[in-house]
Design a protein around this ligand. Structure first.
Ligand code: SF4
Ligand code: SF4
Length: 225
């Protein structure tokens, strides 16, 4: 199971400060198990955003956001609500945010940080990959993870080795930052590239002391006989 933690509300409000209309999308898979998702979480988030003066154009939960085919199949009834929103607030692991961004071509703000895959996810992964960095920044990178798409894990643009859109480490491999540029261009959001992304804080890879004491984390270690 993938373990995720809530981003602080203050951080979410900063990310959403220039946006009025938001759609909320939740994953009904691992987030339910990690207590970072589910209908109650989505409903209370809606209320919090509305108290901050935002318009929530819609709320939806889909069983597994890591599956693009499932998103495509389920999202059709709420497409107008999504089109009406400036961005989507996504409650899922990094893979779910990447899949949602790829399907809906809209800025997707991660509401959660991905801490660990805890072994096997039990769900189908497409081309999306997450490095469990503990501080998801996919809304700044067009829904493409710079820590997995770029072998150097660069956070603020391509290195000088990029050539014709290919990575200097492997001419068969697309440059991750070329993909990020193309994705943001498709979203008409190239201005996001002006934002400086601070260096990765590796201490965030570890679960917080609060999460470390939870039943879920402890179950992984517990001796039952
Ligand atoms: S930025 Fe990348 S590594 Fe970090 S949580 Fe998001 S998808 Fe995972
Ligand atoms: S060419 Fe692109 S993907 Fe490859 S290391 Fe440089 S920035 Fe990263």
């Amino acid at each position: 199971m993938v373990l995720t933690e809530f981003k602080p509300v203050e951080e979410l409000l900063i990310k959403l400060k220039d946006e009025k209309k938001i759609f909320i999308l939740g994953c009904g898979g691992c987030t339910e198990g990690a207590n970072t998702g589910g209908k109650a979480v989505l409903a209370s988030t809606k209320e919090k955003l509305e108290n901050e003066g935002k318009i929530v154009t819609g709320v939806m939960e889909i069983d597994f956001l890591c599956q693009k085919a499932l998103i495509r199949a389920r999202i059709k009834p709420v497409l107008d609500e999504i089109k009406n929103a400036e961005s989507i607030l996504v409650f899922s692991c990094g893979i779910g945010v990447q899949s949602t961004s790829a399907v809906l071509v809209k800025v997707c703000h991660p509401a959660l940080n991905t801490i660990t895959f805890g072994g096997i996810t039990g769900t189908w992964q497409g081309t999306e990959r997450c490095d469990t960095c503990g501080d998801c920044i996919l809304d700044y990178t067009g829904g493409i993870c710079p820590y997995t798409a770029c072998p150097k894990k660069l956070e603020n643009g391509a290195c000088a080795g990029q050539s014709n859109g290919k990575c200097e480490t492997d001419p068969e491999r697309d440059c991750g930052w070329e993909l990020i540029y193309k994705s943001l261009k498709k979203m008409n959001k190239l201005d996001i590239l002006n934002k400086f992304i601070p260096p990765r804080d590796y201490s965030k890879i570890l679960p917080s002391p609060a999460l470390g004491k939870t039943r879920l984390w402890a179950l992984d270690e517990e001796e039952i006989i």
